[in-house]
Every structure is written in C-alpha cells, then in structure tokens.
Design a protein around this ligand. Structure first.
Ligand code: ZN
Length: 162
C-alpha cells in the first residue's frame, strides 16, 4: 500500500552529509518504524515519502529548514568555567544538559580556552543538508491505540511505557 497520513512505515535508511560521510544508518540493525504524518521524522523526509510504496528506494536531499533547522549563532555562548558547576574535566565535544527558558536541551562544548568555555545549543545537524537513502520495507495502517498515542507500537517501534 501507499504511504498516507496514519500509515505505519518500516524502512531502512542511511543518512549522509554533503561530504558523503555516513552520519547515521539502520543498515546494520533493525529498520526504523514510524507513524507517518505526525512529525515523528524530519519534515522534509516525511513530505517526500508520502505516496511511496513498499519496496520503493528513495533518495531525498533535505534542506536545513526542513531538517534540523538553520544554524542559529545566538545559541552559541561563552561562559566562565565556574558557571558549569559540578562538571569536572570540561572538554571539547562534550554534551551537556542545560535547563533553558525553552525547556531542557542538549548543548555541545565547542571550545575550552583558559577559564572560558564556549557552548553551542544548536542541534548537531543544524544548518546541514541531510542526504537520505531510504528503502521502504513495509507500510500498514496504524491501530487505534497507536493513533491515540501518536507513535508506533510493536517490534521496531516505541518501547512501551504502561
Ligand atoms: Zn504508546
């Protein structure tokens, strides 16, 4: 069947950056299952998969605006090391969990220089084009329960709560 809103889609994917480096892939493990039309995958990919069928292979290039967002320089800050209380041995590339006005988010330490630490609140893939190679393995109608929860249940879906 074709992918429409409320389809449960099972697919294998490989995600590459513009340099051809593999960022993420399901190839060595279980495929991904998601509920179509509910914003559970990036917008640009969801849009391109609408109307596709089981067995289709799809290559999609998603712009930052329809992926993980444009890179926002205002999310980069320098803070004194002493502001990062309780964190020993701050290193470049470390991910920290920060409470912000928009709720909890993950920030990345991008620079440590003397007493100052630069942290970046952008998603690691912000500002990047996302190049997906998709193989659609299965398409089925979601159950009532899945629709009421807004996500997929079952072997490749969400591991359930309650
Ligand atoms: Zn659920």
């Amino acid at each position: 069947m074709s992918i429409i809103r409320d389809s449960v889609v099972t697919l294998h994917y490989t995600l590459k950056d513009d340099a051809g480096e593999v960022i993420d892939s399901s190839a060595s493990g279980e495929p991904l299952a998601y509920l179509h039309g509910h914003g559970n995958i990036v917008a640009g990919l969801e849009k391109e998969l609408t109307g596709r069928n089981t067995g289709d292979k799809v290559s999609v290039r998603v712009s930052p605006a329809e992926g993980y967002g444009e890179y926002d320089k205002s999310l980069v800050q320098s803070v004194p090391r002493r502001a990062l209380q309780g964190i020993n041995d701050v290193r470049e590339g470390m991910h920290l969990h920060a409470e912000t006005e928009e709720g909890p988010r993950t920030v990345t330490v991008t620079r440590v220089a003397g007493d100052m630490v630069t942290i970046d609140g952008n998603h690691p893939l912000a500002g990047k084009h996302l190049n997906f190679d998709i193989q659609i393995e299965d398409v089925r109608q979601a159950t009532e329960e899945e629709l009421s929860h807004g996500h997929v249940h079952g072997p490749h879906g969400h591991h359930h709560h309650e």
